[in-house]
Design a protein around this ligand. Structure first.
Ligand code: SF4
Length: 512
Protein backbone atom coordinates (compact mmCIF):
# COMPACT_ATOMS: atom_id res chain seq x y z
CA UNK A 1 0.00 0.00 0.00
CA UNK A 2 1.36 3.44 -0.95
CA UNK A 3 -0.37 5.43 1.76
CA UNK A 4 -2.50 4.77 4.82
CA UNK A 5 -4.57 7.78 5.89
CA UNK A 6 -5.07 7.78 9.65
CA UNK A 7 -7.78 9.60 11.59
CA UNK A 8 -6.45 9.77 15.18
CA UNK A 9 -8.44 9.10 18.32
CA UNK A 10 -8.73 12.13 20.62
CA UNK A 11 -12.26 11.60 21.84
CA UNK A 12 -11.69 11.07 25.55
CA UNK A 13 -9.41 14.02 26.22
CA UNK A 14 -11.54 16.35 24.10
CA UNK A 15 -14.90 15.49 25.57
CA UNK A 16 -14.18 14.01 29.04
CA UNK A 17 -17.10 11.76 30.14
CA UNK A 18 -19.28 13.08 27.31
CA UNK A 19 -17.14 10.98 24.96
CA UNK A 20 -18.61 7.57 25.74
CA UNK A 21 -22.18 8.36 24.81
CA UNK A 22 -22.96 11.89 23.77
CA UNK A 23 -20.12 13.20 21.59
CA UNK A 24 -20.64 12.77 17.85
CA UNK A 25 -18.34 10.55 15.79
CA UNK A 26 -18.02 12.05 12.36
CA UNK A 27 -16.78 10.46 9.14
CA UNK A 28 -13.22 11.71 8.41
CA UNK A 29 -14.00 13.96 5.44
CA UNK A 30 -10.48 14.83 4.34
CA UNK A 31 -9.09 11.31 4.80
CA UNK A 32 -11.93 10.14 2.54
CA UNK A 33 -11.35 12.86 -0.06
CA UNK A 34 -7.58 12.40 -0.15
CA UNK A 35 -7.89 8.62 -0.31
CA UNK A 36 -10.26 8.83 -3.29
CA UNK A 37 -8.10 11.45 -4.99
CA UNK A 38 -4.91 9.37 -4.64
CA UNK A 39 -6.74 6.18 -5.62
CA UNK A 40 -7.99 7.89 -8.81
CA UNK A 41 -4.36 8.53 -9.74
CA UNK A 42 -3.52 4.85 -9.43
CA UNK A 43 -2.04 4.71 -5.91
CA UNK A 44 -2.95 1.98 -3.43
CA UNK A 45 -4.60 3.58 -0.41
CA UNK A 46 -6.25 2.71 2.89
CA UNK A 47 -7.92 4.46 5.83
CA UNK A 48 -7.43 3.65 9.50
CA UNK A 49 -10.08 5.43 11.53
CA UNK A 50 -8.71 5.07 15.06
CA UNK A 51 -11.38 7.49 16.29
CA UNK A 52 -14.36 5.46 15.05
CA UNK A 53 -12.81 2.16 16.11
CA UNK A 54 -11.77 3.56 19.51
CA UNK A 55 -8.18 2.36 19.03
CA UNK A 56 -5.40 3.22 21.45
CA UNK A 57 -1.89 3.77 19.99
CA UNK A 58 -0.84 0.19 20.67
CA UNK A 59 -3.80 -1.30 18.78
CA UNK A 60 -3.44 1.23 15.97
CA UNK A 61 0.22 0.30 15.51
CA UNK A 62 -0.66 -3.40 15.40
CA UNK A 63 -3.04 -2.66 12.50
CA UNK A 64 -0.47 -0.45 10.76
CA UNK A 65 2.16 -3.19 11.01
CA UNK A 66 -0.19 -5.69 9.43
CA UNK A 67 -1.03 -3.30 6.56
CA UNK A 68 2.62 -2.31 5.94
CA UNK A 69 2.02 1.04 4.17
CA UNK A 70 4.98 2.88 2.62
CA UNK A 71 3.69 6.13 4.08
CA UNK A 72 1.48 6.82 7.12
CA UNK A 73 -0.41 10.09 6.73
CA UNK A 74 -2.28 11.48 9.72
CA UNK A 75 -5.21 13.63 8.57
CA UNK A 76 -6.20 15.92 11.41
CA UNK A 77 -9.29 18.07 11.10
CA UNK A 78 -12.45 17.86 13.12
CA UNK A 79 -16.13 18.41 13.42
CA UNK A 80 -15.81 21.82 15.08
CA UNK A 81 -13.67 24.77 14.07
CA UNK A 82 -11.25 24.13 16.92
CA UNK A 83 -10.99 20.42 16.39
CA UNK A 84 -8.08 20.46 13.96
CA UNK A 85 -5.94 21.71 16.82
CA UNK A 86 -7.48 19.69 19.65
CA UNK A 87 -7.31 16.47 17.61
CA UNK A 88 -3.56 16.94 17.55
CA UNK A 89 -3.68 15.36 21.04
CA UNK A 90 -4.49 11.95 19.59
CA UNK A 91 -2.36 12.54 16.51
CA UNK A 92 0.93 13.11 18.33
CA UNK A 93 0.17 10.49 20.95
CA UNK A 94 -0.01 8.03 18.07
CA UNK A 95 2.93 9.34 16.02
CA UNK A 96 5.18 9.41 19.12
CA UNK A 97 4.22 5.84 19.87
CA UNK A 98 4.84 4.70 16.29
CA UNK A 99 8.23 6.45 16.08
CA UNK A 100 9.45 5.08 19.38
CA UNK A 101 8.63 1.53 18.23
CA UNK A 102 9.25 1.80 14.50
CA UNK A 103 11.72 4.64 13.89
CA UNK A 104 11.99 3.87 10.16
CA UNK A 105 8.28 4.30 9.41
CA UNK A 106 7.69 7.49 7.39
CA UNK A 107 5.00 9.66 8.96
CA UNK A 108 3.22 12.69 7.48
CA UNK A 109 0.69 15.16 8.84
CA UNK A 110 -2.08 17.04 7.02
CA UNK A 111 -4.59 19.24 8.81
CA UNK A 112 -5.63 22.69 9.87
CA UNK A 113 -3.17 22.99 12.76
CA UNK A 114 -0.07 22.39 10.68
CA UNK A 115 -1.51 24.56 7.89
CA UNK A 116 -1.76 27.40 10.41
CA UNK A 117 1.58 26.83 12.15
CA UNK A 118 3.80 24.66 9.92
CA UNK A 119 7.22 25.56 11.29
CA UNK A 120 6.20 25.61 14.93
CA UNK A 121 4.46 22.24 14.59
CA UNK A 122 7.45 20.58 12.93
CA UNK A 123 9.80 21.99 15.56
CA UNK A 124 7.60 20.75 18.38
CA UNK A 125 6.57 17.34 17.02
CA UNK A 126 9.74 15.38 16.32
CA UNK A 127 7.84 12.25 15.33
CA UNK A 128 6.46 13.90 12.17
CA UNK A 129 8.74 13.51 9.15
CA UNK A 130 6.71 15.41 6.56
CA UNK A 131 4.12 18.16 7.07
CA UNK A 132 1.72 19.41 4.40
CA UNK A 133 1.43 23.17 4.15
CA UNK A 134 -2.04 23.16 2.62
CA UNK A 135 -4.82 20.66 1.81
CA UNK A 136 -2.12 18.45 0.32
CA UNK A 137 -3.78 17.04 -2.81
CA UNK A 138 -1.05 17.84 -5.34
CA UNK A 139 1.81 17.44 -2.88
CA UNK A 140 0.56 13.92 -2.11
CA UNK A 141 0.19 12.98 -5.78
CA UNK A 142 3.81 14.01 -6.35
CA UNK A 143 5.17 12.54 -3.12
CA UNK A 144 3.63 9.12 -3.67
CA UNK A 145 5.43 8.80 -7.01
CA UNK A 146 8.75 8.65 -5.12
CA UNK A 147 10.13 5.21 -4.40
CA UNK A 148 11.98 6.41 -1.35
CA UNK A 149 10.65 9.13 0.98
CA UNK A 150 14.03 9.94 2.55
CA UNK A 151 14.91 13.63 2.94
CA UNK A 152 17.16 14.15 -0.09
CA UNK A 153 14.35 12.99 -2.39
CA UNK A 154 11.82 15.42 -0.96
CA UNK A 155 13.50 18.63 -2.07
CA UNK A 156 11.37 19.06 -5.21
CA UNK A 157 7.94 18.32 -3.74
CA UNK A 158 6.07 21.61 -3.48
CA UNK A 159 3.69 22.17 -0.58
CA UNK A 160 5.58 20.26 2.12
CA UNK A 161 7.82 21.01 5.08
CA UNK A 162 10.11 18.19 6.17
CA UNK A 163 12.76 17.13 8.64
CA UNK A 164 16.31 16.38 7.53
CA UNK A 165 18.12 15.29 10.70
CA UNK A 166 17.98 18.45 12.83
CA UNK A 167 16.97 20.81 10.09
CA UNK A 168 13.42 21.78 9.11
CA UNK A 169 13.13 22.46 5.40
CA UNK A 170 10.29 24.51 3.91
CA UNK A 171 9.69 23.72 0.23
CA UNK A 172 7.94 26.03 -2.22
CA UNK A 173 4.19 26.53 -1.79
CA UNK A 174 1.63 24.47 -3.74
CA UNK A 175 -1.74 25.46 -5.15
CA UNK A 176 -5.04 24.07 -3.87
CA UNK A 177 -7.35 22.27 -6.30
CA UNK A 178 -8.82 25.02 -8.50
CA UNK A 179 -12.55 25.37 -9.10
CA UNK A 180 -12.40 23.92 -12.62
CA UNK A 181 -10.64 20.76 -11.36
CA UNK A 182 -12.80 19.96 -8.34
CA UNK A 183 -14.72 17.01 -9.84
CA UNK A 184 -11.56 15.65 -11.42
CA UNK A 185 -8.88 16.04 -8.73
CA UNK A 186 -11.10 15.65 -5.67
CA UNK A 187 -13.34 12.96 -7.18
CA UNK A 188 -15.48 12.11 -4.16
CA UNK A 189 -15.27 9.99 -1.04
CA UNK A 190 -13.71 6.56 -0.47
CA UNK A 191 -16.69 5.42 1.66
CA UNK A 192 -15.83 1.77 1.06
CA UNK A 193 -12.55 2.13 3.01
CA UNK A 194 -14.25 3.01 6.32
CA UNK A 195 -14.54 0.43 9.11
CA UNK A 196 -17.97 -0.81 10.21
CA UNK A 197 -19.49 -3.27 12.64
CA UNK A 198 -22.64 -4.71 11.04
CA UNK A 199 -23.41 -2.35 8.18
CA UNK A 200 -21.66 0.57 6.45
CA UNK A 201 -21.12 3.70 8.52
CA UNK A 202 -22.61 2.24 11.69
CA UNK A 203 -19.54 3.24 13.76
CA UNK A 204 -20.38 6.88 13.15
CA UNK A 205 -23.00 8.78 15.11
CA UNK A 206 -24.68 12.15 14.73
CA UNK A 207 -24.73 14.80 17.44
CA UNK A 208 -27.66 14.15 19.77
CA UNK A 209 -29.65 17.20 18.67
CA UNK A 210 -29.32 16.29 14.99
CA UNK A 211 -30.93 12.94 15.81
CA UNK A 212 -33.81 14.77 17.50
CA UNK A 213 -32.27 13.78 20.85
CA UNK A 214 -33.00 10.10 20.17
CA UNK A 215 -30.30 7.45 20.00
CA UNK A 216 -32.04 5.37 17.34
CA UNK A 217 -31.53 8.05 14.66
CA UNK A 218 -27.83 8.69 15.35
CA UNK A 219 -26.31 5.89 13.24
CA UNK A 220 -25.48 5.21 10.48
CA UNK A 221 -24.23 8.72 9.92
CA UNK A 222 -22.04 10.59 7.46
CA UNK A 223 -20.79 14.09 6.74
CA UNK A 224 -20.42 15.40 3.21
CA UNK A 225 -19.32 18.71 1.67
CA UNK A 226 -20.66 20.30 -1.49
CA UNK A 227 -18.17 23.17 -1.28
CA UNK A 228 -14.93 24.07 0.49
CA UNK A 229 -14.18 27.33 2.31
CA UNK A 230 -16.14 30.46 3.04
CA UNK A 231 -16.19 33.89 1.46
CA UNK A 232 -16.33 35.74 4.79
CA UNK A 233 -13.46 36.71 7.09
CA UNK A 234 -14.67 36.39 10.71
CA UNK A 235 -11.83 37.06 13.11
CA UNK A 236 -12.50 34.09 15.45
CA UNK A 237 -12.71 31.54 12.63
CA UNK A 238 -9.93 29.51 11.01
CA UNK A 239 -11.98 27.64 8.42
CA UNK A 240 -10.37 29.29 5.38
CA UNK A 241 -6.90 28.06 6.35
CA UNK A 242 -7.86 25.09 4.10
CA UNK A 243 -7.36 27.43 1.11
CA UNK A 244 -3.82 28.39 2.15
CA UNK A 245 -1.50 28.62 -0.84
CA UNK A 246 1.62 30.28 0.55
CA UNK A 247 4.39 29.58 3.07
CA UNK A 248 3.38 31.98 5.88
CA UNK A 249 4.69 30.70 9.21
CA UNK A 250 1.56 31.93 10.98
CA UNK A 251 -1.31 31.50 8.54
CA UNK A 252 -4.37 33.71 9.00
CA UNK A 253 -7.51 32.16 7.57
CA UNK A 254 -9.13 35.45 6.56
CA UNK A 255 -6.30 35.99 4.04
CA UNK A 256 -7.50 32.94 2.12
CA UNK A 257 -11.27 33.43 2.13
CA UNK A 258 -13.03 31.96 -0.88
CA UNK A 259 -15.23 29.07 -1.95
CA UNK A 260 -14.78 26.14 -4.30
CA UNK A 261 -17.73 23.97 -5.36
CA UNK A 262 -18.21 20.51 -6.77
CA UNK A 263 -20.68 20.43 -9.66
CA UNK A 264 -24.29 19.57 -8.76
CA UNK A 265 -24.29 16.54 -11.11
CA UNK A 266 -21.18 15.24 -9.38
CA UNK A 267 -22.13 15.81 -5.76
CA UNK A 268 -25.65 14.37 -6.04
CA UNK A 269 -23.99 11.07 -7.00
CA UNK A 270 -22.09 11.11 -3.69
CA UNK A 271 -25.34 11.68 -1.79
CA UNK A 272 -26.92 8.80 -3.71
CA UNK A 273 -24.04 6.51 -2.72
CA UNK A 274 -24.88 7.26 0.91
CA UNK A 275 -28.62 6.66 0.41
CA UNK A 276 -27.80 3.34 -1.26
CA UNK A 277 -25.77 2.41 1.82
CA UNK A 278 -28.83 3.14 3.96
CA UNK A 279 -27.49 6.40 5.40
CA UNK A 280 -30.13 9.11 5.81
CA UNK A 281 -28.75 11.02 8.82
CA UNK A 282 -26.30 13.34 7.11
CA UNK A 283 -24.44 16.52 7.92
CA UNK A 284 -23.80 18.88 5.02
CA UNK A 285 -20.51 20.25 6.27
CA UNK A 286 -20.20 23.31 4.00
CA UNK A 287 -19.38 26.33 6.09
CA UNK A 288 -21.91 28.35 4.19
CA UNK A 289 -24.42 26.08 2.48
CA UNK A 290 -27.23 28.62 2.22
CA UNK A 291 -25.31 31.35 0.52
CA UNK A 292 -25.38 31.17 -3.23
CA UNK A 293 -28.75 30.07 -4.63
CA UNK A 294 -27.14 29.23 -7.94
CA UNK A 295 -25.38 26.32 -6.21
CA UNK A 296 -27.69 25.14 -3.46
CA UNK A 297 -31.13 25.39 -5.12
CA UNK A 298 -30.48 22.92 -7.98
CA UNK A 299 -28.99 20.50 -5.46
CA UNK A 300 -31.99 20.89 -3.14
CA UNK A 301 -34.33 20.08 -6.04
CA UNK A 302 -32.44 16.86 -6.78
CA UNK A 303 -32.30 15.94 -3.09
CA UNK A 304 -36.06 16.50 -2.77
CA UNK A 305 -36.60 13.74 -5.36
CA UNK A 306 -34.58 11.37 -3.17
CA UNK A 307 -36.38 12.36 0.04
CA UNK A 308 -39.01 9.66 -0.18
CA UNK A 309 -41.38 9.58 2.81
CA UNK A 310 -39.38 12.46 4.23
CA UNK A 311 -36.76 9.91 5.34
CA UNK A 312 -33.77 12.25 5.14
CA UNK A 313 -32.50 13.85 8.31
CA UNK A 314 -29.93 16.38 7.21
CA UNK A 315 -28.51 19.58 8.58
CA UNK A 316 -26.60 22.44 7.06
CA UNK A 317 -24.99 25.71 8.09
CA UNK A 318 -26.26 29.14 7.25
CA UNK A 319 -25.59 32.67 8.39
CA UNK A 320 -28.53 34.61 9.72
CA UNK A 321 -28.12 37.25 7.05
CA UNK A 322 -28.20 34.81 4.13
CA UNK A 323 -31.71 33.44 4.73
CA UNK A 324 -33.75 35.03 1.97
CA UNK A 325 -37.42 33.99 1.85
CA UNK A 326 -40.04 31.48 3.07
CA UNK A 327 -40.28 30.00 -0.47
CA UNK A 328 -36.59 29.18 -0.44
CA UNK A 329 -36.81 27.73 3.04
CA UNK A 330 -39.63 25.47 1.87
CA UNK A 331 -37.40 24.16 -0.93
CA UNK A 332 -34.61 23.54 1.56
CA UNK A 333 -36.99 21.66 3.84
CA UNK A 334 -38.32 19.50 0.98
CA UNK A 335 -34.72 18.44 0.34
CA UNK A 336 -34.71 16.77 3.77
CA UNK A 337 -32.75 19.51 5.54
CA UNK A 338 -34.46 19.49 8.92
CA UNK A 339 -31.99 21.61 10.86
CA UNK A 340 -30.18 24.82 10.04
CA UNK A 341 -27.17 25.64 12.14
CA UNK A 342 -26.90 29.41 12.60
CA UNK A 343 -23.94 31.42 13.84
CA UNK A 344 -25.76 34.04 15.91
CA UNK A 345 -22.61 34.52 18.05
CA UNK A 346 -23.63 37.50 20.19
CA UNK A 347 -26.70 39.34 21.44
CA UNK A 348 -24.75 42.57 21.08
CA UNK A 349 -24.98 43.97 17.58
CA UNK A 350 -21.77 45.91 18.07
CA UNK A 351 -19.76 42.79 18.97
CA UNK A 352 -21.36 40.79 16.17
CA UNK A 353 -20.46 43.38 13.57
CA UNK A 354 -16.92 43.69 14.88
CA UNK A 355 -16.01 39.99 14.76
CA UNK A 356 -17.62 39.47 11.35
CA UNK A 357 -15.56 42.34 9.97
CA UNK A 358 -18.70 44.30 9.08
CA UNK A 359 -19.88 41.62 6.65
CA UNK A 360 -22.97 40.88 8.69
CA UNK A 361 -26.02 42.69 7.44
CA UNK A 362 -27.98 44.01 10.37
CA UNK A 363 -30.88 41.56 10.52
CA UNK A 364 -33.72 40.88 12.91
CA UNK A 365 -32.50 37.60 14.39
CA UNK A 366 -35.82 36.75 15.97
CA UNK A 367 -37.75 37.22 12.72
CA UNK A 368 -35.31 35.00 10.82
CA UNK A 369 -35.44 32.23 13.41
CA UNK A 370 -39.26 32.24 13.37
CA UNK A 371 -39.25 32.18 9.57
CA UNK A 372 -37.05 29.07 9.62
CA UNK A 373 -39.20 27.36 12.23
CA UNK A 374 -42.36 28.22 10.27
CA UNK A 375 -40.85 26.25 7.37
CA UNK A 376 -40.67 23.25 9.75
CA UNK A 377 -36.88 23.48 10.00
CA UNK A 378 -35.32 23.30 13.44
CA UNK A 379 -32.67 25.78 14.47
CA UNK A 380 -29.35 24.93 16.10
CA UNK A 381 -28.23 28.33 17.38
CA UNK A 382 -24.54 28.95 18.06
CA UNK A 383 -23.24 31.62 20.41
CA UNK A 384 -19.80 32.64 21.59
CA UNK A 385 -19.01 34.10 25.01
CA UNK A 386 -15.85 36.13 25.51
CA UNK A 387 -15.56 37.80 22.12
CA UNK A 388 -13.52 41.02 22.13
CA UNK A 389 -15.55 43.66 24.00
CA UNK A 390 -17.68 41.14 25.90
CA UNK A 391 -18.63 41.99 29.49
CA UNK A 392 -20.85 40.22 32.01
CA UNK A 393 -23.71 42.39 30.74
CA UNK A 394 -23.23 41.63 27.02
CA UNK A 395 -22.94 37.90 27.80
CA UNK A 396 -26.21 38.15 29.72
CA UNK A 397 -27.70 39.94 26.71
CA UNK A 398 -26.57 37.05 24.49
CA UNK A 399 -28.06 34.51 26.89
CA UNK A 400 -31.38 36.35 27.12
CA UNK A 401 -31.56 36.48 23.33
CA UNK A 402 -31.01 32.71 23.23
CA UNK A 403 -33.73 32.15 25.84
CA UNK A 404 -36.18 34.30 23.91
CA UNK A 405 -35.42 32.46 20.69
CA UNK A 406 -35.80 29.16 22.57
CA UNK A 407 -34.38 27.17 19.67
CA UNK A 408 -34.41 23.37 19.76
CA UNK A 409 -30.61 23.29 19.52
CA UNK A 410 -28.21 25.48 21.53
CA UNK A 411 -24.43 25.57 21.42
CA UNK A 412 -22.30 28.08 23.23
CA UNK A 413 -18.52 28.17 23.22
CA UNK A 414 -16.03 30.32 25.05
CA UNK A 415 -13.99 32.31 22.49
CA UNK A 416 -10.58 30.87 21.74
CA UNK A 417 -7.51 32.15 19.98
CA UNK A 418 -7.63 29.27 17.51
CA UNK A 419 -4.46 28.76 15.47
CA UNK A 420 -5.22 29.98 11.97
CA UNK A 421 -7.63 32.69 13.14
CA UNK A 422 -7.09 36.44 13.18
CA UNK A 423 -7.74 36.33 16.95
CA UNK A 424 -4.72 34.02 17.38
CA UNK A 425 -2.39 36.36 15.52
CA UNK A 426 -3.73 39.38 17.43
CA UNK A 427 -3.40 37.62 20.78
CA UNK A 428 0.18 36.63 19.91
CA UNK A 429 1.09 40.16 18.76
CA UNK A 430 -0.44 41.62 21.94
CA UNK A 431 1.57 39.20 24.09
CA UNK A 432 -1.60 37.59 25.51
CA UNK A 433 -1.38 34.15 27.09
CA UNK A 434 -2.08 31.56 24.40
CA UNK A 435 -2.63 27.89 25.24
CA UNK A 436 0.43 25.70 24.81
CA UNK A 437 -1.15 22.25 24.96
CA UNK A 438 -3.61 21.00 22.36
CA UNK A 439 -6.28 20.04 24.91
CA UNK A 440 -6.35 23.63 26.17
CA UNK A 441 -7.97 24.52 22.82
CA UNK A 442 -10.79 22.02 23.27
CA UNK A 443 -14.20 23.47 24.17
CA UNK A 444 -15.11 20.59 26.48
CA UNK A 445 -11.82 19.39 27.97
CA UNK A 446 -10.59 19.65 31.58
CA UNK A 447 -7.81 21.94 30.39
CA UNK A 448 -9.95 24.35 28.27
CA UNK A 449 -8.39 27.82 28.29
CA UNK A 450 -10.45 30.47 26.51
CA UNK A 451 -9.38 34.04 25.87
CA UNK A 452 -10.04 36.67 28.52
CA UNK A 453 -11.56 40.02 27.61
CA UNK A 454 -10.77 43.45 29.09
CA UNK A 455 -13.65 42.98 31.54
CA UNK A 456 -13.55 39.25 32.28
CA UNK A 457 -10.99 36.60 33.23
CA UNK A 458 -10.87 33.38 31.19
CA UNK A 459 -12.27 31.32 34.09
CA UNK A 460 -15.21 33.72 34.52
CA UNK A 461 -16.15 33.32 30.86
CA UNK A 462 -15.89 29.53 31.05
CA UNK A 463 -17.90 29.46 34.27
CA UNK A 464 -20.63 31.55 32.62
CA UNK A 465 -20.66 29.22 29.62
CA UNK A 466 -21.08 26.10 31.76
CA UNK A 467 -23.74 27.69 34.00
CA UNK A 468 -25.76 28.96 31.06
CA UNK A 469 -25.56 25.54 29.42
CA UNK A 470 -27.30 24.08 32.44
CA UNK A 471 -29.80 26.90 32.72
CA UNK A 472 -30.80 26.67 29.07
CA UNK A 473 -31.21 22.91 28.96
CA UNK A 474 -33.16 22.89 32.26
CA UNK A 475 -35.63 25.55 31.19
CA UNK A 476 -39.31 24.53 31.30
CA UNK A 477 -40.09 26.46 28.11
CA UNK A 478 -37.36 24.60 26.26
CA UNK A 479 -38.55 21.19 27.44
CA UNK A 480 -42.12 22.04 26.49
CA UNK A 481 -41.03 22.82 22.95
CA UNK A 482 -38.86 19.66 22.81
CA UNK A 483 -41.78 17.46 23.94
CA UNK A 484 -44.14 19.07 21.41
CA UNK A 485 -41.71 18.51 18.57
CA UNK A 486 -39.82 15.30 19.40
CA UNK A 487 -41.72 13.69 22.28
CA UNK A 488 -40.99 12.85 25.91
CA UNK A 489 -38.08 10.52 25.15
CA UNK A 490 -36.11 13.45 23.77
CA UNK A 491 -36.75 15.50 26.89
CA UNK A 492 -35.62 12.61 29.13
CA UNK A 493 -32.43 12.14 27.07
CA UNK A 494 -31.57 15.80 27.58
CA UNK A 495 -32.16 15.46 31.33
CA UNK A 496 -29.77 12.48 31.45
CA UNK A 497 -27.13 14.44 29.53
CA UNK A 498 -27.42 17.24 32.08
CA UNK A 499 -26.30 14.88 34.84
CA UNK A 500 -22.81 14.87 33.33
CA UNK A 501 -20.73 17.71 34.73
CA UNK A 502 -17.59 18.86 32.99
CA UNK A 503 -14.56 19.50 35.20
CA UNK A 504 -12.57 22.62 34.40
CA UNK A 505 -9.07 23.19 35.69
CA UNK A 506 -9.05 27.00 35.47
CA UNK A 507 -12.30 27.25 37.43
CA UNK A 508 -10.98 24.91 40.12
CA UNK A 509 -7.79 26.95 40.40
CA UNK A 510 -9.73 30.21 40.71
CA UNK A 511 -11.40 28.83 43.83
CA UNK A 512 -8.11 28.07 45.65
S1 SF4 B 1 -19.14 33.04 8.15
FE1 SF4 B 1 -18.76 31.22 9.43
S2 SF4 B 1 -17.34 29.92 8.27
FE2 SF4 B 1 -17.34 31.96 7.31
S3 SF4 B 1 -15.59 33.00 8.24
FE3 SF4 B 1 -17.42 33.54 9.44
S4 SF4 B 1 -17.52 31.99 11.11
FE4 SF4 B 1 -16.08 31.23 9.53
Amino acid sequence: MNVLFVNPNSLLKNYQTLASKYAAIETPTWALLLAESCRSKGFKVGILDANAEGLNPEDALKKIRSIKPSFICLVVYGQNVNAGTTNMIGAVELTNYIKSNEPDFRIGLIGSHIQALPKETMEKEKSIDIGFINEGVYALHNLLKLEDLSPPNLANINGIIFRDKNKIIFNKAEIVVPQNKMDEDLPGYAWDLLPFKNKPLDLYRAPLWHAEYQDEFRSPYAAIQTSIGCQFKCSFCMINIINKNDNEEIGIASNYSGMRFWSTEFIIKEFKKLFNLGVYTIKITDEMFLLNQKFYLPLCELLAKENKNDQLKMWAYSRIDTIKSPEILNKVRRAGIKWLCLGIESGSKKIRLEVSKGKFEDVDVERIVRQIEDADINVMANYIYGLPGDTKETIEETFQLSKNLNTLGWNTYAAMALPGSQLYKEAKDEGKKIPLDYDEFSFHSYKTKPLSTKALHDYQILELRDKKFEEYFSSGNFHLKIINKFGKVASETIKSMLKIKLKREIIEKSLL
